[in-house]
Design a binder for this molecule. Sequence first.
Ligand SMILES: Nc1nc2c(c(=O)[nH]1)N[C@H]1C(S)=C(S)[C@@H](COP(=O)(O)O)O[C@H]1N2
Ligand SMILES: [Mo]
Length: 216
Amino acid sequence: MSEGGGRDKLVAAKEAWARAGRLLTGRPDPDRAMRLPPGQRLVETWPVLDLGVQPHVPLADWRLAIDGAVANPVTLDWDGFQALPQTEDVSDIHCVTQWSRYDNRWTGVATSVILDLVKPLASAAHVILHGYDGYTTNVRLDHFAEADCLLAHAHDGRPIPREHGGPVRVVIPRYYFWKSAKWLKRIEFSAVDKPGFWEVRGYHNVGDPWTEERYG
Ligand SMILES: Nc1nc2c(c(=O)[nH]1)N[C@H]1C(S)=C(S)[C@@H](COP(=O)(O)O)O[C@H]1N2
Ligand SMILES: [Mo]
């Protein structure tokens, strides 16, 4: 979506789909026997999905606040972020709008590194991801902490392009891609859950593709 005028229509259409249970196949694969989750089709391209805004955040202005229910809240600038241990992970993307894309090579900072840095309090059970475009999405802390989750700044060896969420986006491969917040601005740890942009508009709170948790 590139123009703001289309946004309300798009959001309304997706909310209506959620109410109607569109795209559900009724053929779940909870054991993940197949690489391609039910109801998905493989694409070679990389579709762009956003709310009609693609914020431009120069590296000099980029900040990432990590706060909430943590012992050691921090705000990282670009140098501070790059100075953290870097990791690489190859994973598949599964979007709720039914496309999947295999073998995405992400480079960035593992979420485990972030947890070691800020030290979530015992009360923290949820993570709210905030984008520079105002988007939010919520994930359970144990899901955010999985070994294949990272704050990525590169895809297939190149900086993540602006339309795909650069300078830094979250990657949470195990769940539908709407959980992978683009243009990451803030990571908020919380004792209480705070459903995000799509979660309050009918999308599932967890979003497991293999059991087709498309809608709440
Ligand atoms: N900040 C932000 N993150 C976001 C979104 C968004 O609109 N804003 N859209 C989500 C949705 S619905 C999907 S499917 C993926 C799309 O990522 P892509 O454009 O890189 O394919 O980003 C997710 N993260
Ligand atoms: Mo999506």
